[in-house]
Design a protein around this ligand. Structure first.
Ligand code: 13P
Length: 239
């Protein structure tokens, strides 16, 4: 398992359903990994193996995993298969999976547990919708998601939490820096078990705001969607 404590920040690129072989080759050639930081690229699964090069402190992550371990489940990829392909991280419970694929916190819990058993670090995503925020339900929603999504076996060494407000994803909107810091503090204080968990922020992160966000006391890194698709922009974020 990767020792996360040796890095000052963690940056994860979530390519979502984007990219192809040519894009990947060009991206890898131009990517400038900073040795103080842990950089993780979550490409579509079929390309993960081609991203495995010789750059130090660069890791691959899947965007999802099956909750099943093996059997007649057409189209699925198990945690053991990811491990077999030397994948070290996996996003779980991204809001797009929760929204478009009806993924529940219970599914996220099982997936995370299976990943931890295979020594893969789950990046457990949580976040409130705009409606929930406007109805002042953020704290309650995040607490419920954390309680139900994070398995008992998770700890600060073998799992990561990503706070992604759903309304900030792909919209160009972000909470204020104070709001981000406060929510991260809240997450770490839900229970003493989480106090040392690393919590990443995601939602409209770009090179013009990444530094200020990453420097916040309770923020341990960023999960980046759109801006991670432009390698020059991503290089600025991780530099
Ligand atoms: P954007 O950075 O495009 O807002 O996406 C965030 C995200 O969903 C990363 O997982």
């Amino acid at each position: 398992m990767i020792n996360l404590d040796k890095y000052s920040s963690i940056f994860i690129a979530n390519w979502k359903l984007n990219g192809n072989s040519l894009f990947l080759k060009d991206y890898y050639e131009k990517l400038k990994v900073n040795s103080n930081n842990c950089t993780i690229i979550c490409s579509p699964s079929i390309y993960l193996k081609s991203l495995k090069g010789d750059k130090e402190n660069l890791f691959c992550g899947a965007q999802d995993v099956s909750s099943f371990k093996e059997g007649a489940y057409t189209g699925e990829l198990s945690a053991a298969m990811l491990k077999d392909n030397n994948i070290d991280f996996c996003l779980v419970g991204h809001s797009e999976r929760r929204q478009y694929f009806a993924e529940t916190s219970k599914n996220v819990n099982v997936k995370s547990k299976n990943l931890i058993e295979e020594n893969i670090i789950p990046v457990i995503c949580i976040g409130e919708t705009l409606e929930q925020k406007e109805n002042k339900l953020t704290e309650e929603i995040l607490f419920t998601q954390i309680k139900n999504s994070i398995p008992i076996s998770a700890n600060q060494q073998n799992a990561l939490i990503a706070y992604e407000p759903v309304w900030a994803i792909g919209t160009g909107l972000t909470p204020t820096l104070d709001e981000i810091n406060q929510v991260h503090e809240l997450i770490k204080n839900f229970d003493k078990k989480y106090i040392n968990f690393k919590v990443l922020y995601g939602g409209s992160v770009k090179s013009s705001n990444s530094k200020e966000i990453t420097q916040l006391n309770y923020v341990d890194g960023c999960l980046i969607g759109g801006a991670s698709l432009k390698v020059d922009e991503f290089n600025k974020i991780i530099s």
